[in-house]
Design a protein around this ligand. Structure first.
Ligand SMILES: Cc1cc2nc3c(=O)[nH]c(=O)nc-3n(C[C@H](O)[C@H](O)[C@H](O)COP(=O)(O)OP(=O)(O)OC[C@H]3O[C@@H](n4cnc5c(N)ncnc54)[C@H](O)[C@@H]3O)c2cc1C
Length: 545
């Protein structure tokens, strides 16, 4: 039987980073992936539309990765393996229906000027809010990068208390709960300022009226200014290959078409896995499962492996809104309309929406089971950063619709589309995509004529690419407060250590949640390689370094 120090179930970014860190530390590791391609949501394709076009089928933008502790630690290795990040000083903008636009730039001066253009006083408001956020940025980012259910989480709390005092800490915590609506309307005068910030909460799995969405808006606003919108030259596959290379060069393996069906537990300890074809594999030190709680507790573990309350709580784990992805190959660059067409053409991500109320309405319609009448269109333009993604003079668009019902579609808020029985048939998928593309045509003059090929993924198609995206929820589970931070994945099983010795739970369903930041893989690798307590105490003795 093949035996490793650690086996990772699933090859998402968290697994690849965790495996690379363990491999560099001398562990023998094996990453098992059920698909015929590694990387999970990082899935670069050169076959999706037409020859010469490179598409990110799912995740595309890497600011969370380049801003992560994992990247800081692995950067030299990744550089050596040819991972090159391309970035911009104009990460995002919003195109409004009246032809106007608003932007977030990559500098403080740029944002002060841009927000002042939107309303007198809003430039100064941006500067004030940015400086105030940065004063405690270590606490804010710490909340999203620390193992909260641990001594490290406790010391983050103590640090906050020492710095802010009891009342200050109460105020800081209150500020983390505010909704995006309350925060943006309380901070900025201009509706355009609200409209350039509000769509970003969709990228955290939230809506603008939900608790914590205002805090996430502040985090993202600062992150956009500080980190831009990097993408790896040539596509995310470069990062996946480089991480897999670190594993294999250290003697480990990333195995494809290896579908794990059971985690074997003996005497309360995880000892190995069984694959769909019956093959058994053993792990002597750790099994790290990058799966949903539904899969982990519902099928990978057996009856009695964990307390019944945990299994029951996992069965109640909620998935969030679904998503659709539209990919377009264009014969020429998109021609944006309006006075700001040049800047819109340079932005890697443009949101097309009426603004804060537009996002709020579309989220609400989706949460009530309806196809939104006026969805927020996330219009990604990878060629604005990386010309290698399309033949010279051509382009691609990466369109994301994050406001779709979880589960069966109950109706169309616009009253136009025949939703049939509410399942995602090919007809419904293409009809909804037609509506989106027609609306986008109001902002991009040549969209119709320039499109040479279109490929659409409905929520069902998305789940079929990665079983962790249940119902087409691209964030691996609702990110509402009761299922986030300390409570992710489950209040009864917080953090990454599970009730089974040697079994660790990582991935988007666990803290710090979805995104390419690789936080859970990093935290678990660090926990596994941390020197034992006795060695740590010995190292503190005088004369020992
Ligand atoms: C359409 C889309 C767009 C996104 N855009 C961005 C973006 O631009 N930037 C960003 O930061 N984030 C983005 N995200 C979110 C981000 O990509 C994900 O949160 C993140 O990649 C999840 O990584 P993960 O480590 O949890 O594993 P995943 O990427 O979910 O991978 C898990 C892997 O495990 C495999 N697996 C599951 N069960 C088993 C099993 N039993 N046996 C073997 N293999 C198994 C699956 O096949 C899958 O390959 C996007 C997500 C989607 C879907």
């Amino acid at each position: 039987m093949a035996t490793y120090d650690a086996i990772f179930v699933g090859s998402g970014i968290n697994s690849l980073v965790g495996a690379a860190l363990l491999a560099r530390d001398g562990w023998s590791v094996c990453v098992l992936e059920r698909n015929d391609v590694a990387g999970g949501c990082i899935r670069t394709s050169i076959d999706l539309t037409l020859p010469g076009f490179t598409h990110e089928v799912l995740a595309s933008w890497h600011p969370l990765f380049t801003g992560s502790a994992a990247y800081a630690e692995l950067k030299d290795d990744l550089d050596r393996r040819g991972v090159v990040y391309l970035n911009t000083d104009l990460p995002t903008g919003t195109a409004f229906p009246d032809g106007s636009a608003a932007f977030i730039t990559g500098s403080l001066e740029g944002n002060v000027a841009e927000f002042a253009r939107l309303a007198p006083g809003d430039g100064a408001a941006w500067e004030r809010q940015f400086n105030s956020f940065m004063g405690n940025a270590d606490l804010a980012f710490g909340l999203l990068s620390t193992e909260l259910w641990s001594a490290a989480g406790l010391s983050l709390g103590r640090k906050a208390l020492r710095r802010l005092g009891r009342r200050g800490l109460l105020e800081f915590s209150g500020n983390t709960l505010v909704s995006c609506r309350d925060w943006v309307t309380g901070t900025f005068e201009s509706e355009a300022a609200h409209g350039v910030l509000a769509p970003w909460v969709l990228h955290t799995g939230l809506g603008p009226d939900q608790a914590t969405s205002g805090f996430m808006t502040q985090v993202i606003g600062a992150a956009l200014q500080l980190g831009g919108m990097p993408v790896p030259e040539g596509g995310g596959v470069r990062l996946v290959d480089a991480l897999a290379g670190i594993v294999s060069d250290a003697g480990g393996e990333v195995r494809l078409e290896a579908d794990v069906r059971r985690i074997v537990v003996a005497n309360g300890r995880a000892t190995g896995v069984r694959l769909a074809d019956g093959e058994m594999m053993a792990a002597t030190r750790a099994i790290v499962a990058n799966v949903t709680p539904t899969q982990l507790y519902g099928s990978l573990l057996g009856d009695g492996d964990v307390p019944e309350a945990v299994t029951a709580a996992a069965a109640r784990y909620r998935y969030g809104r679904a998503e659709m992805q539209i990919h377009l190959a264009l014969d020429e660059p998109p021609q944006w309309t309006g006075d700001d067409h040049e800047r819109l053409g340079r932005c890697p991500i443009v949101h097309v929406t009426p603004g804060l109320d537009g996002v709020s309405r579309a989220v609400n319609e989706a949460e009530r089971g309806l196809l939104p009448a006026e969805a927020t269109i996330v219009c990604g333009q990878p060629v604005a950063l990386d010309p290698s993604r399309a033949p010279a003079g051509k382009s691609i668009l990466w369109l994301q619709l994050q406001e779709l019902p979880a589960g069966t579609v109950k109706g169309d808020a616009a009253g136009d589309l025949d939703i049939g029985d509410g399942t995602w048939t090919e007809d419904l998928r293409e009809a909804y995509a037609d509506r989106i593309v027609a609306r986008l045509g109001g902002s991009i003059a040549n969209l119709d004529g320039a499109t040479s090929k279109r490929v659409v993924f409905s929520p069902v198609d998305i789940e079929s690419l990665n079983m962790n995206l249940v119902g087409g929820d691209i964030y691996g589970g609702s990110c509402a407060l009761d299922q986030n931070l300390l409570w992710r994945p489950l209040a009864g099983a917080p953090g990454h250590e599970t009730a089974v010795a040697g079994l660790w739970h990582i991935g988007a369903s666990t803290h710090p949640g979805p995104g390419l930041g690789a936080g859970s893989g990093y935290l678990v690798a660090k926990a596994l390689t941390r020197p034992r307590l006795a060695n740590r105490l010995l190292a503190r003795l005088p004369g020992r370094s």
